[in-house]
Design a protein around this ligand. Structure first.
Ligand code: HEC
Length: 521
């Protein structure tokens, strides 16, 4: 008998190992909706039960209110149990080991309920426009791929602007382009970077926060009531109710500045999981929202759109080096292996500034100050914070992305109706061309194709803007208090034209500049 069993198990072993498809990843049936609802309700209870680490945080202190993120991504049961185990104990009132199984069951029930085909957390990057990063091993190669894509798709990257009609046509094209669906070469951060998967994943450059948001005692019921309301009907308004209460209703286990970084990450988690939910349950998708994604000006203040995503990037900008950055020791130890804090912060800056911009494409409603609103930060760091050498001496890392961003931001600010502006034209390429960086940081001669595309797109952007300015002067005249600023910007654009324009367009471009000079000097 024993021999037979041994032989049988050998057969089974051989056939299993010989064919991967014999063990499909199957969800438990959970066909009955009531049963599913029960499993989810039990799971949510466990998800909110305080654990034994992180100052009594529950899973819901860092993840989506019902763990939707854990269902949306293909985290295995092993990953769920492994991560959950650190929080579980036998202490009364705290998350028990048995409750971990409730969480695992909930994740399966959510997948069944919404027919989720879970995304690979290694390759699926939240908010990554078009779902995939453009091909290429370096920022320069991916920047080239971005330029080629623009050239194949848009007039503004393929047809020189040589008259006012074409300028207006391209302005409309810029206004219509949707940066939430247009693939880019900048890899946005993954949802989870877990050191368990190797040193390359020991990074702070992911979405999930390493400090919890725990309801203050007096607000515990209110906080979970907002969660319940949101889960019952996950509208934008109910999401905002949650976002707007984070600071008042919850606290965290650390009072250094890094708590702000993690709070904005938590707010960003709530925002992103909202769109994961819509992706699988239907309704308006992220890309369908207006260029300024959310109702603007609630409370009569400009910066009232939830800017958590942008602010994660902004924290990294301000605190990009140790020991200045205040981050708790246990978090640094968690990510330290083989990682350099600065490198993490570079990845965070570029990724989160770009993602933050996707929420508010003029940046006029994003928190905190003029440098954000003018696009100074993104136009600066997009050039400097690429690896392996961020000095800029070898030319720009993402120069074509940079001119794309700077142009789209300005066209949105000037012509998207949400801004209600028709008084005068605001031109501000910020650090894209401030200090002559459009010339000194352009792709070098050893990358002729990228240089060609960069110059074509930049020249066209400038020509369009000069025609728009001419149009504005002919309609409204020159506004005295803005004369200096316009002069400065026309000089910068004229410099680039002298540097990059050639042959017949150069004659046209010089004439165009001369017409503006006649108005301004
Ligand atoms: C203090 C905040 C916090 C709490 C509380 C928390 N998590 Fe997480 N979780 C994270 C972070 C941050 C990551 C990303 C990986 C990393 O940084 O280690 C993560 C990652 C995960 C992952 C993905 C791991 C992978 O393989 O990439 C799973 C699954 C997970 N958590 C489950 C849970 C469960 C279940 C609970 C509750 C028992 C929980 N988490 C509680 C912050 C938290």
């Amino acid at each position: 008998m024993r021999v037979v069993l041994a032989v049988l198990s050998l057969v089974v072993f051989v056939s299993l190992s010989g064919c991967d498809t014999l063990v499909p990843a199957q969800e438990p049936p959970l066909a009955d909706p009531e049963e599913r609802a029960d499993v989810i309700a039990r799971g949510i209870e466990a998800f909110r039960t305080p654990g034994v680490i992180d100052a009594g945080a529950s899973c819901a202190s860092c993840h989506a209110p019902d763990g939707f993120d854990l269902a949306y991504f293909d985290f295995s049961d092993e990953d769920l149990r492994r991560r959950g185990a650190a929080h579980a104990s036998d202490k009364p009132g705290l998350l028990s080991h048995a409750q971990l199984e409730d969480i695992v069951a909930m994740v399966h029930a959510l997948r069944a309920e919404h027919q989720i085909i879970p995304k690979d957390p290694k390759t699926h990057r939240p908010l990554q426009p078009g779902g995939e990063v453009l091909p290429g091993d370096t920022p320069q190669e991916r920047d080239l791929a971005f330029g080629q894509q623009l050239e194949q798709t848009f007039r503004f990257a393929s047809v020189p602007v040589l008259d006012r009609k074409e300028a207006m046509r391209q302005r409309d094209e810029w206004l219509a382009v949707n940066p939430r669906t247009l693939p880019i070469g900048i890899p946005l951060n993954r949802w989870s970077e877990d050191p368990h998967h190797g040193p390359a994943h020991a990074s702070l450059a992911d979405w999930l926060p390493l400090l919890p948001r725990i309801a203050r005692e007096e607000y515990t019921d209110d906080w979970w009531a907002l969660h319940n309301a949101y889960l019952a009907n996950p509208t934008d308004e109910r999401l905002f109710a949650l976002l707007n209460s984070i600071q008042e209703y919850t606290g965290t286990s650390y009072d250094g500045d890094g708590a702000g970084f993690m709070r904005h990450k938590y707010g960003s988690v709530l925002l992103a999981q909202h769109f994961f939910r819509r992706e699988v349950t239907g309704g308006k998708q992220f890309e369908d929202y207006p260029a300024v994604a959310f109702p603007v000006g609630t409370g009569g203040h400009r910066s009232r759109i939830p800017s958590h995503v942008w602010q994660v990037g902004d924290w990294a900008r301000v605190n990009d080096h140790l020991p200045k950055a205040e981050i708790p020791e246990h978090i640094l130890n968690h990510v330290a292996e083989g990682r350099d804090f600065r490198e993490d912060m570079k990845d965070v800056k570029l990724s989160w500034f770009w993602s933050g911009w996707l929420f508010d494409q003029s940046l006029q409603f994003t928190c905190c100050g003029n440098s954000t609103r003018n696009g100074e930060y993104l136009t600066h760091f997009i050039n400097r914070d690429w690896k392996p050498d961020d000095s800029g001496v070898n030319g720009s890392g993402y120069g074509i992305h940079n001119v794309f961003f700077a142009t789209k931001r300005q066209i949105t600010e000037n012509f998207d109706p949400v801004h209600g502006r028709d008084d005068y034209l605001r031109i501000n390429y910020a650090n894209f061309h401030g200090y002559g960086w459009d010339i000194s940081r352009e792709p070098r001669d050893h990358e002729p194709e990228r240089q060609r595309l960069y110059r074509e797109i930049t020249l066209n952007s400038y020509r369009m803007m000069l025609y728009l300015l001419l149009d504005a002067f002919e309609t409204n005249g020159v506004l005295e208090e803005r004369r200096d600023r316009w002069q400065e910007r026309v000089i910068l654009m004229a410099n680039f034209i002298e540097h990059a324009s050639k042959d017949a367009p150069l004659e046209h471009d010089r004439e165009l500049v001369a017409k503006l000079e006649a108005w301004l000097w």
